[in-house]
Design a protein around this ligand. Structure first.
Ligand code: CAA
Length: 288
C-alpha cells in the first residue's frame, strides 16, 4: 500500500460513494462531500451494503469493514473545509459542465496548490473543466467504472494543460488502489464512452425498431460477445439519464449523428424510467 493519503470525494452518488469506499478500503482518509444530508446518508448506506458483500464473501472481516467505514467522514454543504489539506480531490457530481466548473472553482481556491484535482467525468472536456481553476496543470480525468470497488480500470484523461507530473502522480495513486490505468486524450467521451455509448444506444434502437426482444438482444450480446451483461441490462445499470446526457454532450461536441440518442431512450428518461436506480428501465427491479 502507498502512504496514507488525505482524499476528498465530491458527490455521494453511485460513483462518488464507490470511489470513497475504494480509497478507504486502501487505508486512505476520505472526506465525502455532498450538498444534501439525505444524499450522504444514502451514500453511507450503499457503502455499508457493499462492505457487507465483501464480508459475506469472506474477502474482508467485519472489523476491517468497520475500519473502512470509519475512514470515511461525511461533510455536508461545506466543500471548502472538505478539501482542506488534501492530497487529491476527486469530483463525481452530476454530468453537467456548469456544475462541475462551479465545483472546480472552489477546489482551485480551497485545496492545497500541490493537490491533484481529478474529475470522474465520463465525457465532459477536462480542458474545459480545468479552465475554471488557477493551476490547470493539476487537473486530470480519473474515470472510474461502476461498481468502483470491483472494476479494475481507471481511464486517465490528460487535458490540454495537464502536466506530466500530474498524470504520473494520478497513475501512481490509481495503481495504489489496485487499478489498472488506460490513458486517453481529451476528446468527447474519451475511449470508454466513445465506444460504449453507441453500443448501448444501438441496443435501444434495435429494441425500438423491433429487431428482437429485450431478452434476445441481451442474450445475443452477452453470450455471443462474452460480455458480462447484455447491453440493455448494462444500460439500466449505468442509468438511462446518464446515457442520454452523455450522448447529448457527444452530439453537441462532435456534430456526428451517430451520437443521436434513441427516441425511446429519451422518452423513458422523461417518464422517470432511469434504470436500476429508479426501479424501472428496460427491466423492472424490486429493490433499487
Ligand atoms: N460491492 C461489493 N462487491 C460487489 C459489488 C459491489 N458493489 N458488485 C459486485 N460485487 C461482487 C459480488 O459480490 C461477486 O463476488 P464473488 O466473485 O466473490 O462472488 C462479484 O462481484 C461478481 O458479482 P455478481 O456475482 O453479483 O454478478 P456478476 O458476476 O454479474 O458481476 C458485475 C457483477 C461486476 C457488475 C458484472 O456484471 C460486470 O462486470 N458488469 C459490467 C459492468 C460494467 O460494464 N461497468 C462499466 C459501466 S460504464 C461506467 O461505469 C462508466 C461510464 O462512464 C458510464
Amino acid at each position: 500500500m502507498t502512504d496514507t493519503l488525505k482524499v476528498a470525494v465530491v458527490g455521494g452518488g453511485t460513483m462518488g460513494n464507490g470511489i470513497a469506499q475504494t480509497f478507504a478500503m486502501n487505508g486512505h482518509l476520505v472526506s465525502l462531500a455532498d450538498v444534501s444530508q439525505e444524499g450522504l446518508e444514502r451514500a453511507l448506506a450503499n457503502i455499508r451494503t457493499s462492505l457487507d458483500r465483501f464480508v459475506s464473501k469472506e474477502k474482508m472481516t467485519a472489523d476491517q469493514a468497520a475500519g473502512v467505514a470509519d475512514r470515511i467522514q461525511p461533510v455536508c454543504n461545506d466543500l471548502a473545509s472538505a478539501v482542506e489539506g488534501v492530497d487529491i480531490a476527486v469530483e463525481a457530481v452530476f454530468e453537467k459542465e456548469k456544475v462541475k466548473k462551479e465545483v472546480f472553482s472552489v477546489l482551485g481556491e480551497s485545496a492545497p496548490a500541490e493537490a491533484i484535482l481529478a474529475t470522474n467525468t465520463s465525457s465532459i472536456s477536462i480542458t474545459t473543466i480545468a479552465s475554471a481553476v488557477a493551476g490547470p496543470e493539476r487537473v486530470v480525468g480519473m474515470h472510474f467504472m461502476n461498481p468502483v470497488p470491483i472494476m479494475k480500470l481507471v481511464e486517465l484523461v490528460r487535458g490540454e494543460r495537464t502536466s506530466d507530473a500530474s498524470v504520473d502522480r494520478t497513475r501512481a495513486i490509481a495503481e495504489g488502489l489496485g487499478k489498472t490505468v488506460g490513458v486517453a486524450e481529451d476528446y468527447a467521451g474519451f475511449v470508454s464512452n466513445r465506444i460504449l455509448m453507441p453500443m448501448l444506444n444501438e441496443a435501444a434502437f434495435a429494441l425500438h425498431e423491433g429487431v428482437a426482444s429485450r431478452e434476445d438482444i441481451d442474450i445475443i450480446m452477452k453470450l455471443g460477445m462474452n460480455h458480462p451483461m447484455g447491453p440493455l441490462t448494462l444500460a439500466d445499470f449505468v442509468g438511462l439519464d446518464v446515457i442520454v446526457d452523455i450522448l447529448d454532450y457527444m452530439l453537441q461536441q462532435t456534430g456526428d449523428p451517430k451520437f443521436r440518442a434513441c427516441p425511446m431512450l429519451r422518452r423513458m428518461v422523461q417518464a422517470g424510467k432511469l434504470g436500476r436506480k429508479s426501479g424501472e428501465g428496460f427491466y423492472s427491479y424490486e429493490s433499487k
